[in-house]
Design a protein around this ligand. Structure first.
Ligand code: ARG
Length: 447
């Protein structure tokens, strides 16, 4: 017989039970830490408004902190027949402390409990992503600086076009990450508001102190309106998934460039042997599988906002079981993206670049515009200079001058890497990580 918080003595058909529980026993394991933290904050507040005695609070806190350490050790499980993490934690509590355990759910519903769990979980994953992204950013910036003098062809329509450089190429992806970080910050701000106290979605007649739980959990503030707090389910995940998609877009483009540029036909980049894979038939192959998988995984992640939208769209206000399914696509996306970011960081650190690309005469024409500009600076009207150089090219008389001078902001000669790093650091300083995580730390560590 299954354990259910809502059991009223009438059995539910086992097929229905299996279908409705779905993947919760697997997914909710990711929420266990958050669930315990949320309960600690909730009962601390219940005691402060007279719904628990001091003794009950002390007993419950000790046991919840026990459960927290079980989770930390990786030993927390959702037992056979237990519906979800919320039921499991309450079951463990009541087993240990008896009646006091049954009091913790006053003024709370699994609806606001799961809302809160998802937010606490997401806060910690946003932190992981911000760290990993910043690491990739540092590697790309460093490579950009190191190779700022090494030229490569730039393309439009995949036809050789203008001089570019490895400084520009690495640095472009670094700057792209600053915009992705901006999106992540927006996700953080939307996530970092306390929904607890909205209960089933309409609040409670208990005199809850929502400001207290907001402070205890280190949130920036609360979702004030209880109906809106519940409407945030799915919306928060979608908002954060835009940031995941944005990061994935940067990385998938980088992965494509890396595949293309490491092909023999380009030969701009070389991946270290240990970062390539072989072929079962062709003895010479060194394939960029890592970048191919990264590209595909990141393309998948770019569909996440849409996938969440399709699950949550056309729902009226209020809780619906539909929302449970968002967990299944949202939660695994973090590890998948982190994997891709970390692999890309490693690959970009070890990549070798070809410093002699432009010795090949097939790239000579990328200097045509330099010549037009040189003539223009000497006083020839631009259109005439353009014509003159065009005729020289057609008649085979064009000789490139490879000593180029690009001086404006963001160009080959002035990458502005310092400015880009300052931008990144400014965005990073706006995340209220310290406040959030020191509050959590306090909840599990103080007596
Ligand atoms: N597993 C559920 C979910 O993720 C928990 C909330 C259940 N609430 C309910 N009213 N059935 O949405």
């Amino acid at each position: 017989m299954a354990h259910k918080l809502w059991d009223k003595g009438k059995p539910v058909h086992t097929d229905i039970e299996k279908f409705t529980v779905g993947k919760d026993q697997e997914m909710d394991l990711f929420l266990a830490k958050a669930d315990v933290l949320g309960s600690i904050a909730h009962i601390t507040m219940l005691e402060s408004v007279g719904l628990l005695t001091k003794e009950e609070l002390t007993t419950l806190l000790a046991e919840l902190r026990n459960i927290y350490s079980v989770v930390e050790k990786g030993e927390f499980i959702i037992e056979e027949g237990v519906e979800d993490v919320h039921s499991q934690v309450e079951l463990m509590l009541t087993r240990k402390v008896g009646d006091a355990g049954k009091k913790i759910h006053s003024g709370r519903s699994r609806n606001d409990q799961v809302l809160l769990d998802l937010k606490l979980y997401t806060r910690s994953r946003i932190y992981d992503l911000a760290q990993a992204t910043n690491k990739l950013f540092s590697v790309l910036s460093a490579q950009s600086e190191q190779y700022k003098k090494v030229l490569m062809p730039g393309y439009t329509h995949l036809q050789v076009a203008m001089p570019s450089s490895f400084g520009l190429w690495f640095g472009a992806y670094a700057e792209s990450l600053t915009d992705d970080m901006q999106q992540l910050l927006a996700g953080w701000k939307i996530c970092n508001r306390n929904p607890l106290g909205s209960a089933a979605g309409y609040g409670s007649s208990f005199p809850l102190n929502r400001q207290l739980t907001t402070d205890l959990l280190g949130f920036d503030g609360m979702n004030h309106n209880v109906v809106y707090a519940q409407m945030g389910r799915g919306k928060m995940e979608r908002s954060v998934s835009y940031a995941l998609a944005s990061l994935a877009g940067t990385i998938s483009k980088l992965a494509y460039d890396a595949c293309l540029f490491s092909s023999q036909n380009f030969g701009f980049l070389q991946l270290a042997d240990e970062y390539t894979t072989g072929s079962s038939i062709m003895p010479h192959k060194k394939n960029p599988d890592v970048f191919e998988l990264t590209r595909a995984k990141c393309n998948k992640i770019q569909a996440l906002p849409n996938d969440i939208l399709l699950i949550t769209n056309n729902l009226p206000s209020g809780y619906f079981r539909d929302l449970q399914l968002v967990k299944e696509i949202f939660i695994p996306a973090f590890d998948e993206l982190l994997d891709c970011i970390n692999m890309t960081t490693q690959m970009m650190q070890k990549v070798k670049i070809n410093e002699q690309i432009l010795n090949d005469s097939k790239y000579d024409l990328i200097f045509s515009v330099e010549e037009v500009n040189r003539l223009t600076l000497e006083g020839v009207p631009f259109r005439d200079a353009y014509k003159q150089v065009g005729e020289a090219i057609e008649s085979g008389n064009f000789t490139p001058n490879k000593d180029i001078k690009h001086t404006h902001e963001g160009s080959i000669g002035k990458l502005c890497n310092k400015e880009i790093t300052a931008l990144m650091n400014g965005i990073l300083s706006e995340f209220s990580f310290e406040k959030a995580f020191s509050a959590e730390e306090k909840l599990v560590n103080t007596k």
